[in-house]
Design a protein around this ligand. Structure first.
Ligand SMILES: *Cc1c(COP(=O)(O)O)cnc(C)c1O
Length: 414
């Protein structure tokens, strides 16, 4: 635990959160996605969890209200601090990540900023993978540095480059994989060990894998971060974020969250609860589709490179097999010889949509040079492995043969 940890009792109206446990969930995650966090509504017997839009909750006496708001008694007082529908989502995601407790946020970035600012004071240092989500990189470069935190970006695929930057001032080690956009990995167990040696918190952004494919808490991670907007929501209709951690870390991060204010709205929580019920089914299909597409691309004469952790040609295939249960729905590749070829390919796709984001039921693709990395110099692009004609592809849950045929006809145009 961080030495400068906040006293959970100081956050007004923030309970030191209880540990989430639930009976009768079955042993397997495909069952837990349906039932975790949910109960039959005792008043109506409805099997679907209701949406509670209340921002404020009234009690018979002032004392009862104060017991909930100030003294951690079970219940709700004000929705920034806790809301019944958000609470169901929080229980669900905590169980799926094998954690004790969760928090729902209004976006992935709200989760990231609230969690980071919980543990840092001026002069502290953070060691973070240089393949992190671009929004995270921007937050650290623009704001953390401005406030006197030291940020070390490291190549997390190389364990020595991580250990070199870790010292007694390191308060957070922040990892993320498979990493955007070349799907490189970091060794979770080995990097957790480095963080523990200096008593730093280990953060892991598990958005790309989802808890179906990877559960970093099992390797000793402290704080799991999600952009709910991607696989957990799964339908491109919710912007949200989540963290999962121990109950103690949850209480500390909730203290920050209550005052930063970026909590998840009840309707977004409900859509996410609904989306998660099919998470395991969807991820199975994403895993199959992306591997089938990667294998097709690998043998195609107009494709130069294919990046997918489930291909034996991936330099970290052995590590992927060790820490992942499935390889995820993302595949990246380079087509033709130039970014112009990449653009031609992208514009020729018929089923696949040209759009940012990922992890949804519909397939989405982007090309470097025309949609992404426009602000990067050639050298910067090469440093993170973005070669000419680079395509980032999020496979949806469509029929894989239709996706392959669409990609094939678009490749024939270059
Ligand atoms: C999208 C994304 C985020 C940011 O999430 P928002 O919901 O857009 O705020 C963070 N990390 C990863 C890996 C992402 O893909």
């Amino acid at each position: 635990m961080s030495k400068k940890s906040v006293d959970p009792s100081k956050g007004i109206g923030v309970k030191s959160s209880k540990i989430v446990k639930q009976e009768n969930l079955g042993k397997r995650i495909g069952t837990a996605v349906v039932h975790a966090g949910e109960e039959i509504n005792p008043q109506t017997r409805g099997v679907v969890s209701p949406i509670d839009f209340s921002t404020t909750f009234a009690y018979k006496t002032a004392k009862e209200w104060a017991e909930v708001f100030y003294h951690g008694k079970d219940g709700f007082a004000y929705s920034r601090h806790g809301n019944p529908t958000r609470s169901i989502f929080e229980k669900k995601i905590a169980i799926l990540e094998n954690g004790e407790a969760g928090i729902g946020f209004s976006s992935g970035m709200a989760a990231i900023s609230s969690a980071i600012f919980t543990y840092l004071e001026t002069g502290d240092e953070i060691v973070i993978t240089d393949r992190c989500y671009p929004g995270t990189r921007h937050l650290l470069n623009q704001y953390l540095k401005r406030w006197g935190f030291k940020v070390h970006f490291v190549n997390a695929a190389n364990i020595d480059s991580v250990s070199e930057k870790i010292n007694d001032r390191t308060k957070i080690v922040y990892m993320e994989c498979p990493a955007n956009p070349t799907l490189s990995l970091c060794d979770i167990e080995a990097t957790v060990k480095l963080a523990k040696e200096v008593d730093a918190k280990y953060f892991f952004d598990n958005t790309f894998a989802s808890p179906i494919n990877q559960q970093p808490l099992d390797f000793g991670a402290d704080v799991i971060i999600h952009s709910v907007t991607k696989y957990l929501g799964g339908h491109s209709d919710v912007l949200g974020g989540a963290i999962v951690s121990s109950a103690e870390d949850r209480a500390e991060i909730m203290n920050t969250t209550v005052y930063y204010g970026g909590v998840m709205a009840p309707f977004d929580a409900w859509l996410t609860i609904r989306g998660i019920k099919t998470l395991e089914l969807r991820i199975q299909r994403h895993n199959l589709n992306s591997l089938a597409l990667a294998e097709f691309l690998q043998d195609h004469p107009k494709v130069r490179e294919v990046y997918h952790p489930g291909l034996k040609s991936h330099p970290q295939y052995a590590l992927a097999k060790k820490q992942m249960k499935g390889f995820g729905g993302m595949v990246s590749f380079c087509v033709g010889k130039t970014d112009t070829d990449g653009g031609t390919f992208l514009n020729a796709l018929k089923i696949v949509k040209r759009a940012s984001s990922l992890g949804s039921v519909e397939s989405l693709a982007q090309a470097s040079g025309s949609m992404i990395y426009l602000e990067f110099s050639e050298e910067e692009k090469q440093a993170i492995g973005i070669n000419p004609g680079f395509i980032r592809f999020s496979t949806g849950i469509e029929d894989k043969d239709d996706l392959i045929e669409d990609v094939d006809q678009a490749l024939s145009r270059i």
